[in-house]
Design a protein around this ligand. Structure first.
Ligand SMILES: [Zn+2]
Ligand SMILES: [Zn+2]
Length: 288
């Protein structure tokens, strides 16, 4: 049964739009810009790095609040992220008629394709980069008891995000839940593609934690940091594919999260590869 309180919360979330298809990287790379910037709504930009720059094609998320901006992830390989982000902050400030906000940078996790721009961004004024390590995250977000305790990030003007540790793909995986839009960011832990699981027991617990966390909160979309799946169920693009003209959409739902939880539970502690229609559970001992 849906309680009145949760219905009221659900009605209060701010809407946004996602593209029907992200711009493919190619077929001719010379015509493809390094970044695709998508305005989900006036206070949230979803940024995708081009596959021509790095085949991982990761997504970055820039949240704007009255007192602070928050960036999740800094991209893969050598990029001009240190020019892109300040210019987006300036654009936003001009449109909103507000001063350029200071920037806090956190990460979905510590892998190279999500942290490559850290050094360049950390060198800019007004930017704080939190290292993608559990201890650094705990002290920056004032949380204790990783991974079972949650933190919050207050961007001012009533915009608060919840930070939920979800290790398993990596050791420093951190989900973000934006109370304003109802978006749940799940990094490489859940996205339309191959879900590489390094620490299986931790991963199972993390997925359970996300299911529990979202039990009485509205989830508009579940958004990860890659797309490897095609539009055809069960079919993905091979590793290192640059041009994906028929790729799936980015957004998943809480239903997908429940499907993942059920698939993991059915493994009864014995990790194995399992293809589902929109993603594959892919246990691996070591990861690049
Ligand atoms: Zn990763
Ligand atoms: Zn990744």
């Amino acid at each position: 049964m849906v309680s009145l309180a949760s219905l009221l919360i659900a009605l209060a979330i701010e809407p946004g739009a996602l593209p029907r298809q992200w711009r493919p990287s190619g077929p001719n790379c010379i015509e493809v810009p390094e970044w695709q910037v998508h305005e989900y709504n006036a206070n949230l930009y979803i940024i995708r790095e081009s596959g021509c720059t790095n085949y991982e094609k990761p997504f970055l998320y820039l949240f704007l609040g009255e007192g602070k901006a928050l960036l999740q992830d800094t991209g893969a390989g050598e990029t001009d992220v240190d020019r892109l982000i300040p210019s987006l902050l300036q654009q936003w400030a001009k449109k909103a008629n507000k001063p350029v906000p200071p920037l806090l940078v956190v990460h979905s996790h510590s892998h190279g394709d999500h942290v490559s721009g850290d050094k360049k961004l950390a060198a800019l004024p007004g930017v704080t980069v939190v290292a993608a390590k559990p201890e650094a995250i705990e002290s920056a977000l004032n949380m204790k008891g990783w991974p079972t305790q949650f933190g919050t990030i207050d961007l001012g003007g009533g915009r608060i995000l919840d930070a939920i540790p979800i290790p398993g793909h990596d050791t420093a995986d951190l989900a973000l839940y934006d109370r304003q839009t109802g978006l749940l960011l799940t990094g490489d832990t859940l996205y339309p593609g191959r879900l590489y699981v390094r620490n299986f027991p931790a991963y199972v617990e993390s997925i359970n934690r996300l299911v529990e966390f979202t039990k009485d909160r509205p989830v508009a979309h579940v958004l990860g940091t890659h797309i490897e799946q095609s539009r055809t169920p069960f079919v993905d693009y091979k590793v290192r594919t640059i041009y994906q003209p028929d790729e799936a959409v980015l957004e998943l739902s809480r239903g997908d999260l429940l499907e993942l939880q059920a698939a993991l539970a059915a493994m009864q502690g014995k990790p194995r590869r399992q293809e589902l229609s929109r993603f594959t559970v892919f246990p691996r001992v070591s990861l690049p």
